[in-house]
Design a protein around this ligand. Structure first.
Ligand SMILES: [Zn+2]
Ligand SMILES: [Zn+2]
Length: 268
């Protein structure tokens, strides 16, 4: 009888400790909206869902997924109709085979991407990663991709920023794939075969021609043998004019890559 009482006492003490730990964790790391930092109800939403990451007011700005109708080559989205080649791709087919995205660069996405990239709100990674993996599975699972290359930053920019946002988006891709499929993927995330040789200041606000000129020869393929005859998937945070990915694709194709596709977090 005394033993049973002691066991109950131990279990109750354990529960009390756990509850205290949860309370302390909530005090130190309260659930906050990732954009406006208002406190969220820690209750019901499953982790990594939009409801667990953003408050209702911020969510009302819209967080649209990348979805048809779009241009099958450059991924430009249309308001209505069926998927069709856009005017620019009809005039001149781009080097990049297909551009696809997780999100459309509208509403809340426009606000949270700069927070991620320029203000190092890296907790957003846990929200972006599954979206990127879903988009990858949807658009590229059967595309026979060999290597996934996050667009590299110049070493000086990595030192300034402390991280490469494109790499963070795919850092856990192999682990996620293995946990879903029970086998290792046939592709690999490759952060060494492409390097950024030239330092370029921010391209935001510049027109296409100036961006292209600034980026000319900015990349170097450090290991041509690794990309030769490969199908490459370039990964970047946002695709607007396509100047950055276009220039990286030019260098990869010149080095013997078979095909270059692009997956971005948000397509403008
Ligand atoms: Zn909010
Ligand atoms: Zn197009």
């Amino acid at each position: 009888m005394l033993q049973v009482f002691r066991n109950h006492k131990a279990i109750a003490f354990g529960r009390c400790l756990k509850a205290t730990a949860r309370f302390c964790h909530a005090l130190v790391f309260p659930h906050q909206c990732m954009k406006c930092r208002v406190l969220l109800d820690p209750g019901t939403a499953a982790p990594h869902t939009v409801q667990a990451c953003f408050c209702k007011t911020c969510l009302s700005m819209g967080l649209p997924l990348f979805a048809p109708p779009f241009c099958p080559r450059c991924g430009l989205q249309f308001a209505t109709g069926e998927n069709h080649l856009c005017e620019a791709c009809l005039k001149r087919l781009p080097r990049i085979h297909q551009v696809r995205a997780a999100l459309s660069y509208q509403g809340l996405v426009k606000d949270i991407l700069p927070l991620f990239k320029y203000q190092a709100r890296l907790s957003l990674t846990r929200f972006f990663e599954p979206l990127m993996f879903d988009a990858f599975s949807l658009f590229f699972e059967k595309a026979d991709i060999h290597r996934i290359l996050p667009i590299p930053l110049h070493a000086r920019k990595v030192r300034q920023r402390g991280f490469n946002q494109s790499f963070l988006l795919v850092r856990r891709f192999s682990k996620t794939y293995a946990s879903i499929h029970g086998v290792q993927p046939l592709w690999q995330v490759d952060t060494t075969s492409l390097k950024r040789d030239r330092y370029t200041s921010s391209q935001t606000g510049l027109d296409v021609a100036v961006r292209r000129k600034n980026l000319k020869n900015a990349f170097q393929v450090t290991d041509p043998a690794a990309v030769k005859d490969c199908n490459i998937l370039l990964v970047d945070d946002v695709y607007t004019t396509g100047a950055t990915c276009g220039e990286a694709a030019r260098m990869l194709l010149a080095a013997g890559a078979n095909r270059v596709d692009v997956l971005v977090l948000a397509r403008a």
